[in-house]
Each structure stands twice: as structure tokens, then as C-alpha cells.
Design a protein around this ligand. Structure first.
Ligand code: PRX
Length: 610
């Protein structure tokens, strides 16, 4: 696709200064709209105020206690300006990194926009990550500022986030912590370091001139798992990224300009960045933002929210759909879902049985399902049906075809295109403005992971098949990462965390299917000593993972074995473990060095089933 196409998309944004060149440099470090100047918070707020849409509702927020708030674009603009002034007074300036560790409260979105307004770089850390995960990200970014809330709320329980932050910031470069207080619960403050969000905006000015950044200046860093134990800080630019999320949101969801849009993702993940914050606000949409799970206070909560706010576009994940289906259709009874016009899915393959349930029961056979394939690294949707597709164009289980401007292929190990119907690696051929600018502070890793396997083509890490109509069907990751409830977690990240337990000598993760989460994992552990209480140890290891990574990583099973299956070069053969667990063919074992380990593993699995 030529530059003219992308230039047209970029023209839909408000630039303070137009770009000199559409692209400069070379893949993988292509610059987009070089020389152009803009500001992300201006795109999301000021432009609507200027065109007279300030009174339009931007966000209906609600939580599981039924507390709710509604904000117009003007109200968000007012608060973001004050917050930006406050941040600037604290010393936050262009290029600084600000960590945001907040639950799904409106102030999380305001914080993101205020950081962008001062030209700084935000790095949002999912609020269920542990203090160690948070600390790693603080250290990796060398951030000096952190924004948080006093508590997060999950299934009726308040979780003390500030306590987690206090542990995480210790011995890091953080010099100021800003706390959004949402409860009356007690809070211990360090007077030199801690500042209340409310104090920061109380006396600040009403207007903060948005800082003009160059198109290729980073807007944010978002960590995602890879094949090594250390998560990668994926960097996104300002001009290219915003152009791309705006374009893709228009292409697949028509910009959700009419009606009410609800994306159920958390701001801590890329879907939250691109399609809870940036795309809908740039588009001027009205969104529902919900802080809570589908099953609390009872399983009708999502259906009631759709009815209450007359949601017309619902964008969610297969995990959530599976959960809703399992909870039962009785929770939908007598609830009016007729406002729904478009349904969307992201995060993993939406299998046909779930697709049909979503289509029939939720969409009443009239809403297209926009299955969107993309990644943290791609910035926005890459393969997805376009909004004007006819229902008959959809094929349940396939996100259909690449969006205009995106060119993909399925190749073999050597990078050669393979015939339709055969499994291969999905690559992206031409570049696009939403592509990540790289891994924060680690160009070498960026080049190795994404660009070394298929020279000059972006390697997605996914297996896929192309059918006779060019439709793409995804078959999971080809690298050693798991997709648990739509969240990417590296197997070595989990293994490294497990061996932090002093009693563990070695650990290996085996992927297993999960009815709700799509995928989960079992842990195979080799201990340093024998005669330990294994039940106690299981609880201890589960706790180790919670401390090292976060509560979202919980093994379905922990097996204690004598040795792990390894190749002669010492690589753990995880696929053998998965096959043994699922009783499928273990495949070729010629590279296995310690064949004797297999009998012991089989015996341990069998013993557990008795
Ligand atoms: O394996 C693909 C799967 O999720 C991976 C990207 O994960 P992450 O960067 O965490 O972003 C998730 C939200 C965009 C992909 O490599 N994936 C995502 N969407 C789909 C999918 N697999 C199949 N179909 C999808 N629609």
C-alpha cells in the first residue's frame, strides 16, 4: 500500500505542524509522518471542544457496587488540563516516563491523557500485577513518577494498591507518587514523596497548553511477555500509533460514532490503551467503562449494563463470552439487549461454538461479530472484518481478511509462501503506522525477536492458515508464550518466578486447555530436597507466583517430578510435558536426552488422577 493511503489516514488527525515526509528511515525502524507535530490529549479532547461537541458524553463509568459517574468531553478536558498543570508543577516534562498503576477508574484514563498532554511517556501496569512485576517495570523504564489509587476493587474486596506501590518503589528512581483516593480507608503517606491526586488538581490552573511532540516521539511503553523471562517494553509512537488506531477503529467499528460503545478490556492491556482510551476518544464516541468482572455481584451484571446504557457495540473477549455462557442464559432473561448492533472479539481464537452462541443469544442473529486479530506490537487491529461486511461474509472462527493497507502472508521456516490450507507462520510484509517503534532500551532484542527470522518481514509469533478465499485462521502462538484468558504470559517468566522459591531446583510449564480461560498451565517441578510436605509446597509455590508476577498466574496443577525432559543442549521439552498430560502423541523424541524422565512423569500424572 502506498504512502498516499496512510497520508490520507493521518490527515484525519489535527496536527500542529504537518509532516515533512510520510516515511523516513528503514524497516524495522521506519519513522512515520516525520517532522509532524501533535499531541495525543489534544486529539482526544480539544478537537471535540473546538468543534462544539464538548457536551457530548464521553464516558459512562460504573463499578460493581453500582456506583456510577458520567463525564462529558468538556468535563474530561477540564480535569485533564488541571492534572497536566499539577504534573508539570511536580516537574514532569516531555520525555519523562510516568508509571500508572491504577484500576479501571475514570482517573486512570485522565492520568493517561494528562501524561500525554505534558509530552511525557506513560507506562500503565495492570493493577493485578504484583509489586515485583511493578518494580521490574519501574526499574526498566527508570521512571521518576508513579500514579496510583489507594485501593482497587475486585469481587467485593478492596485491595490496598498503595501498599503494593510502597513495596515496589523502594530503592528505585521514583521520587513522586500521586495517589487517587477513592475510599475513606486509612492511608499512610510519606510526606516527601506522596501527593494526593485531589491536592494536585485543587489549586492548579484551568488550562495547560498541550506539548507538541514529534510524530515519532514515544507516547507509551507497554510491557508484554516474550520467550525470555523478562517482559518487553513495547514502545509506541505518537503520530503513527494514533493514526493507526483511529484508522482501524473506523474501518472495523465505524468509529462507533453513533450509539454507545463498550470495550470490556482493562486499561492495563493494549486493548485498553487503543480501544478504551485512544480510539473511542479520538473518534468522539460515547463509551461505557466498567470496573468489574462478568459474574459479580451476580451474572446478570453485564446484560443489565447493556440494557441500562443501551450499548450498541460490545467489544469483548472469548474468555468473557465462555464465562457468560457457562453462567447461564437465565441471567439474560427479561433483559432487553435489542440496542446491540455490533459485537466484537479479541485476544484469542473465537471458536465456532462460542461464536454462534454470541451471535444467536447475545446478538439475536442480527449483529456481525467483528473478530479482531492484532497484538500489543501492532498497535491496532490488523485482520478484522470491516464494518460494512455483510453477515454472509463472516466465517465463524476467522477474523477474515487483513484491513486495507495491511499485507500478510503465511510462510514456512524459510520464509517461503505456502499454499492455502497449510499451517505456517503469519508474517506482515509491508510496514504500517501502528507498528511498535521497538523494545524499550533493547534494540537487539527487537531485531532478534521480530525481524531476524524472516528478514525484512515482521514475524508475529502466531501460526495460521489461509483458506481459498484468503481468510486467515489462527492456530495459536508458535513461540513459548501462553494465552491465559487473552493475556500473553511467557512460559519462562513463570518458570523463572517458580525457581525463586528456595526449595525448587527446576521448573517447567506445560500448556493445557481450559474451558473458560482458553489456556492454562501445569507446573512440573524438580525439588532440591526430598521429604518435604508436597501440599504445603504447592500452596507455597502458588504464593511465590502471586508475589513474583501477580494473581492472574495460577497453575491448574503442580507436579513434583524427578527430572524434566530435556534435549541434549539442555532445552526443556515442554511440548512433551503437554502431550503426556493430555495423553496425546508425544511425537519425535530423538532429541530427548533423559528418556528415563518420561516414565517418572507419566507415573506422577497417573498417581494424581487416582
Ligand atoms: O496469539 C494472538 C492472540 O493474542 C496475541 C497477542 O497478544 P497481546 O499482545 O497480549 O494482545 C492481545 C490483544 C490484541 C496474538 O499474537 N490473538 C489476539 N487476537 C486474536 C488472537 N488470536 C486469534 N484471534 C484473535 N482475534
Amino acid at each position: 500500500m502506498n504512502n498516499l493511503f496512510w497520508e490520507k489516514q493521518a490527515e484525519k488527525l489535527d496536527w500542529f505542524k504537518k509532516w515533512d515526509d510520510v516515511t523516513t528511515g528503514e524497516k524495522p525502524y521506519l519513522n512515520w509522518f516525520t517532522g509532524g507535530k501533535l499531541n495525543a490529549s489534544y486529539q482526544c479532547l480539544d478537537r471535540h471542544i473546538k468543534n462544539g461537541s464538548g457536551e457530548k458524553i464521553a464516558i459512562h463509568w460504573e463499578n460493581e457496587l453500582g456506583e456510577n459517574q458520567t463525564f462529558t468531553y468538556q468535563e474530561i478536558y477540564n480535569e485533564v488540563n488541571r492534572l497536566a498543570c499539577g504534573l508539570s508543577d511536580l516537574g514532569v516534562k516531555k520525555g519523562d516516563v510516568v508509571v500508572i498503576y491504577m484500576p479501571m477508574i475514570p482517573r486512570a484514563i485522565f492520568s493517561i491523557l494528562a501524561v500525554a498532554r505534558v509530552g511525557a511517556i506513560h507506562t500503565v501496569v495492570f493493577s493485578a500485577f504484583s509489586y515485583k512485576s511493578l518494580k521490574d517495570r519501574i526499574i526498566d523504564t527508570k521512571a521518576k513518577y508513579l500514579m496510583t489509587a489507594d485501593y482497587s476493587l475486585r469481587r467485593g474486596k478492596f485491595i490496598n494498591l498503595k501498599f503494593v506501590v510502597d513495596l515496589a518503589v523502594h530503592e528505585t528512581a521514583i521520587k513522586k507518587v500521586i495517589i487517587a483516593k477513592r475510599t475513606d480507608l486509612s492511608l499512610s503517606l510519606d510526606s516527601r514523596r506522596d501527593v494526593l491526586y485531589s491536592d494536585l488538581i485543587k489549586n492548579s490552573k484551568d488550562y495547560f497548553e498541550p506539548v507538541a511532540v514529534e510524530s515519532n516521539d514515544p507516547l507509551f511503553i507497554l510491557y508484554t511477555s516474550g520467550t525470555t523471562g523478562k517482559p518487553k517494553g513495547i514502545v509506541h509512537s505518537t503520530g503513527g500509533y494514533l493514526t493507526y488506531v483511529n484508522y482501524s477503529f473506523g474501518a472495523a467499528f465505524g468509529g462507533a460514532k453513533n450509539g454507545v460503545y463498550w470495550c470490556t478490556a482493562d486499561v492495563g492491556w493494549v486493548t485498553g490503551h487503543s480501544y478504551v482510551v485512544y480510539a473511542p476518544l479520538m473518534s468522539g464516541a460515547t463509551s461505557v467503562v466498567y470496573e468489574g468482572t462478568p459474574d459479580f455481584p451476580n451474572p446478570s451484571i453485564w446484560w443489565k449494563l447493556i440494557e441500562k446504557y443501551k450499548v450498541s457495540t460490545l467489544y469483548t473477549s472469548p474468555t468473557a463470552i465462555r464465562m457468560l455462557r457457562k453462567l447461564g442464559e437465565k441471567w439474560m432473561e427479561n433483559i432487553d439487549l435489542s440496542s446491540l448492533k455490533v459485537l466484537g472479539s479479541v485476544g484469542e481464537v473465537i471458536n465456532p461454538d462460542i461464536w454462534y452462541w454470541f451471535f444467536d443469544r447475545v446478538g439475536n442473529k442480527k449483529c456481525p461479530i467483528i473478530d479482531t486479530w492484532w497484538q500489543t506490537e501492532t498497535g491496532g487491529f490488523m485482520i478484522a472484518p470491516k464494518i460494512d461486511y455483510k453477515l454472509s461474509d463472516l466465517k465463524p472462527g476467522s477474523p477474515t481478511l487483513p484491513l486495507d493497507g495491511i499485507e500478510v502472508d503465511i510462510v514456512d521456516e524459510n520464509g517461503t509462501s505456502i499454499p492455502n490450507g497449510q499451517k505456517g507462520f503469519l508474517i506482515v510484509k509491508s510496514s504500517w503506522p501502528g507498528l511498535t517503534k521497538g523494545v524499550w532500551g533493547d534494540n537487539k532484542r527487537f531485531e532478534e525477536v521480530y525481524w531476524s527470522k524472516f528478514k525484512d518481514n515482521y514475524y508475529s509469533g502466531d501460526y495460521a492458515i489461509k483458506d481459498e478465499n484468503g481468510y486467515i485462521w489462527f492456530l495459536g502462538r508458535s513461540d513459548e508464550t501462553l494465552n491465559i484468558a487473552g493475556h500473553r504470559i511467557g512460559t519462562s517468566e513463570i518458570e523463572n518466578a517458580t525457581i525463586k522459591n528456595q526449595k525448587v531446583a527446576e521448573a517447567a510449564v506445560a500448556a493445557i486447555p481450559d474451558r473458560i480461560k482458553g489456556q492454562n498451565f501445569a507446573l512440573f517441578v524438580v525439588l532440591k530436597e526430598s521429604d518435604l510436605d508436597l501440599d504445603d509446597l504447592r500452596a507455597e509455590i502458588t504464593l511465590t507466583l502471586k508475589i513474583e508476577i501477580g494473581a492472574l498466574v495460577k497453575p491448574a496443577k503442580i507436579y513434583f517430578v524427578e527430572a524434566l525432559p530435556k534435549t541434549r543442549s539442555g532445552k526443556i521439552m515442554r511440548r512433551v510435558l503437554s502431550s503426556l498430560l493430555q495423553k496425546t502423541d508425544v511425537g519425535d523424541l530423538t532429541t530427548l536426552e533423559n528418556i528415563s524422565s518420561i516414565d517418572n512423569i507419566k507415573y506422577t500424572i497417573k498417581l494424581d488422577k487416582i
